[in-house]
Design a protein. Structure first.
Length: 338
C-alpha cells in the first residue's frame, strides 16, 4: 500500500466496478471481489490488482499472489489458477486508471483538520518557505527562501536545504545538503499506451536520502513508481544530475554533473560516474566501479572495473579500439600529412 503520508487511498473497488471503468473482460472470476490497492506482480497480494504487459515478466506472473491481473488475451493462459484475469488490449493503461482511482496524491487540508508541521529546536526557515501538513524537520536544519516542502515530508537534523527547492514524497536523513532549485520526489517518467493515446502511469513510491548525502543545485531525483528511489549514506551528487524512478544507489557513490540515470538503475557502494555519463534502465553497476565521463552504459558493469565509451565497455578495450580506428582513418586518408 502506498505511504499514507503522501497518498490518500480510497475504500476499494469491486471487480464489477473495475470492469465498468476499464472495459476489461472478466474471465472466470467473482464480480464482487473487492480490490483495495494496485501493485506490481512481485508485490501484489489477494487485495491487489497487477498487470502483465511484457512476456519477459512471465515468471513473476506465474508466482504472483495478486487477486486480479490485467493482461492481453494472448497472455491470459499465463495467470495462476487462483488469479482472476482481466483481459484488455492495454493492461498497463487499465492498471494506471485504477491506480489513479484508488490512490490520490495527498493534498493540503482546507477543512482545518491538517496536522501542523513539527519543527525541532533550532530550525531556521527563510522567507517564503511553504510547509505542508505533517512535515517534520529535525533540530538545527536550515531551509532556504521560497522552498516548498510537501505534505508528509520528513527531514532529519542539521540539514541544509537551499533556496527554491521542491521536496515531496521523500524521507531525508541527518546532515543532508540539497542545493538551490533542486527537485526531489516529482513523478518519474512512466507512460503507457491506451485506447486514446499515451497515459501517465501514477508513481506511488518515495525518495529516501540517507544520512550525509549531498545533492547539487538544479538536480532532479524522481520518486519510485512503486518501490523507493534510494540514495545511500554519504553519496555525493553534483549539479544538474537526473536520477530516474526506482534507482538505488549504495553508500558513498559519486555522480558528477550532467549524469543521467534511467529508471531502476542499481549502483553499488563506492562507484563513481564521470560528468555527462548516461545509464539505461535496469542496468547494474557494481561496487567500486568507475565510469568515464560522457560514457553511455547499456550493460551491467562488474564490481571494481573501469568502463568508458559509447556504448561503454572495459576501458582497455575502449582505448585499443579508439587507437585502431584512428590508425584506420589515417591510412584511408593517406597519412596525417596529406
Amino acid at each position: 500500500m502506498p505511504d499514507a503520508r503522501f497518498f490518500e487511498s480510497a475504500p476499494g473497488l469491486s471487480l464489477a466496478d473495475i470492469i465498468e471503468v476499464t472495459g476489461a473482460v472478466l474471465v472466470d472470476g467473482n464480480p464482487g471481489l473487492k480490490i483495495e490497492t494496485v501493485a506490481p506482480l512481485i508485490h501484489a497480494d489477494e487485495r491487489s490488482v497487477a498487470f502483465l504487459a511484457d512476456p519477459k515478466y512471465r515468471s513473476a506472473h506465474a508466482a504472483t499472489r495478486a487477486g486480479a491481473v490485467f493482461l492481453t488475451e494472448r497472455h491470459a493462459d499465463l495467470a495462476p489458477a487462483e488469479c482472476v484475469r482481466l483481459v484488455t488490449p492495454a493492461p498497463q493503461a487499465a492498471w494506471a486508471d485504477i491506480a489513479r482511482r484508488l490512490h490520490a496524491v495527498r493534498q493540503a487540508d482546507h477543512r482545518g483538520e491538517a496536522r501542523p508541521a513539527q519543527l525541532e529546536d533550532g530550525v531556521a526557515t527563510g522567507p517564503g518557505v511553504v510547509l505542508g501538513q505533517g512535515v517534520s524537520i529535525g533540530a538545527g536544519s536550515r531551509i532556504g527562501a521560497n522552498t516548498v516542502i510537501g505534505p508528509g515530508v520528513q527531514i532529519g537534523r542539521d540539514c541544509e536545504i537551499g533556496a527554491n527547492v521542491s521536496l515531496g514524497f521523500c524521507l531525508i536523513g541527518d546532515r543532508v545538503r540539497i542545493g538551490a532549485s533542486t527537485v526531489i520526489g516529482e513523478a518519474g517518467f512512466g507512460v503507457a499506451g491506451g485506447a486514446s493515446g499515451l497515459v501517465d502511469v501514477p508513481q506511488l513510491g518515495r525518495v529516501i536520502l540517507q544520512d550525509d548525502v549531498s545533492v547539487g543545485a538544479n538536480s532532479c531525483i524522481d520518486r519510485g513508481a512503486w518501490d523507493d528511489t534510494v540514495i545511500g549514506e554519504g553519496s555525493k551528487i553534483d549539479n544538474l544530475v537526473q536520477v530516474g524512478h526506482n534507482c538505488r544507489l549504495g553508500r558513498h557513490v559519486i555522480l558528477a554533473g550532467h549524469t543521467g540515470l534511467s529508471g531502476s538503475v542499481t549502483i553499488g557502494d563506492g562507484a563513481q560516474l564521470g560528468g555527462r555519463a548516461g545509464v539505461t534502465d535496469h542496468v547494474a553497476i557494481g561496487k567500486g566501479a568507475r565510469i568515464a565521463a560522457a560514457s553511455m552504459v547499456i550493460n551491467d558493469v562488474p564490481a571494481g572495473e573501469v568502463w568508458g565509451g559509447q556504448p561503454a565497455r572495459p576501458m582497455r578495450r575502449f582505448l585499443r579500439e579508439t587507437v585502431w580506428l584512428a590508425k584506420q582513418a589515417s591510412r584511408r586518408q593517406g597519412g596525417p600529412d596529406e
